[in-house]
Write a protein of this length. Sequence first.
Length: 273
Amino acid sequence: MKIGLIQMAAGMDKQVNLAKAAAQVAACKAAGAQLAALPEIFNGPYSNDYFRSYAEPQGGESWQALSRMAAENQIWLVGGSIPEIDRQGRVYNTSFVFDEQGRPIARHRKIHLFDVDIEGGQYFKESDTFTPGEQATVFDTPWGKIGLCICFDFRFPQLAWEMTKQGAKMMIVPAAFNMTTGPAHWELLFRQRAVDNQCFTLGVAPARDEAGPYVSYGNSIAVSPWGDVLWRAGAEEIFQVVELDLTLVEKTRRELPLVCGGLAAAEAPRRPL
């Protein structure tokens, strides 16, 4: 399977951001990708000052643009994430997935909101604007089941394990780690989740914009079920088509049966120690 990972920076102009995303999805298709993935909050600035003003309902402008990108290029598309507003006025950090005909396949609302206050480092509180989602997300594709979560979600091993229990062979994570958490934990987390769950893990980050309201670490990444880094970006705007041998998932689980044994244990009744 060939997957296009799109590391792009998002500016203030939503139309420019959508046009940039469309061009990158088309470039991924031209390079042989069967599925493409965009970064977290790709249609506007990553800032509490703008999330609500850029928010759209499901079926809105960005949703329609993503559907067109998928249909026009005949490619599966994980639409990074956008601020989504519901009928009650609640705003979510949401990723929409479309198949090669542009049909909506899945929606993930970020469950674990990014609320941190690191002494001498990053302060951010997504919960000032966003409402948390409630469900793990795994969707079917012609290549097998894919798990989807957003950024801070990936820090919680229980969520990754739930996606694995639901059959995920890979996890795609639109994520905007920053210059404090990125150098410390980005690669570590993607390798750790890949090894724990014996699946591919793919992180899709915004490119770094030092002049923007939020400075992304970048470093989009693809990791194998054995924990090997298959590809890693730097800070720049770039796309890369990564070829994944999905037989490695079953091979790894067969040769080192952590997931199979763990699944059996997870379903067994608890016994006193």
